[in-house]
Design a protein around this ligand. Sequence first.
Ligand SMILES: Cc1ncc(COP(=O)(O)O)c(C=O)c1O
Length: 333
Amino acid sequence: MSDLQSILREPRYDLVKMPTPLQRLSGFERKLGRSGLYAKRDDLMEIGLGGNKLRSLEFWLGAALQQRADIVLVAGGATSNLCRLTAAAASMAGLDCLIIHNAADNPANREGSFLNRLFGAQTRFIGPVGEDERGAATKAAAAELTQQGRVPYIVGDAVLGALGYVLAAFELHEQSQRESVPLRHVFLAGSMGPTEAGFIFGNAMLGHPFQVHLVSVEYEQAELEARLQRIYDGIAQRTGLSVGGLDRAPLHYHMDHLGGGWGVPTPEAEAAIVAFARTEGILVEHVYTAKTCAGFLDLVASGGIPADEPACIIHTGGTASLFSQREQFRTVS
Ligand SMILES: Cc1ncc(COP(=O)(O)O)c(C=O)c1O
């Protein structure tokens, strides 16, 4: 536990009541004729409909407050979970929030980002530009604010944000021991990396109790690996901890659910959404969690995960987006 001190001394703004529930998926256990299936419910948090980004925001807002910022800036799509949760958390911390949406200013996108304005954020639509241009626009907006005498903080440092999931690995490990659940396999969405890299680093600090399965929802494997490597090395550098290289981590990449790429639905993802809703009463959405759930169900049903090895999917939230995805469904009207 003492290794954790280098992380725990980072400033943190308290947002998440930990631990989030570790829920037994008894409906799937019955259906699949096996036991040992769980969901870690990071979608069940008190703020803004919950989700993985709140764990990162504890560190980002901690840093913003330490730097005496009075406004946070964040960038993302119209229905971005990061943007929504930043708006919610900033309002709690008494900080203003400016959101740069890399999306067209049209009624559908305004509706998608409605919750951000409900949380009191100001939203700016800069058109459907890529990640680099969005980053540049955010920096320019911050510079403008500085000139006006404000103290801006840009949310999103991947290494700092990953620390939230280093702690989550410890939380899940402690919880599984306390609840006598000998968890062996943990499933996560493979995306931009902070959540996964943080969890993998925490797992390494613990001596690798978990086999980590990443179901890619955004990038081809080489790009996902490169992102994880950068963040993983960044965590080692920031914390001064040496836990062995990423190449030594028990890590499994699952690329067969990526389909047409980020945000493009697949029939298997839709089937997983329906199965989770109708078997467990759990809502998952298309962009991040549905493909991850599809990968999880695939492996547990096919015997890819041995029946005597308990497995857990981390539900990272994003549920609010489901309400703007109705037209993407083919089997539910
Ligand atoms: C609901 C949800 N799950 C998973 C992810 C992926 O997390 P990361 O960007 O840390 O890879 C995101 C990212 O926005 C998300 O919103």
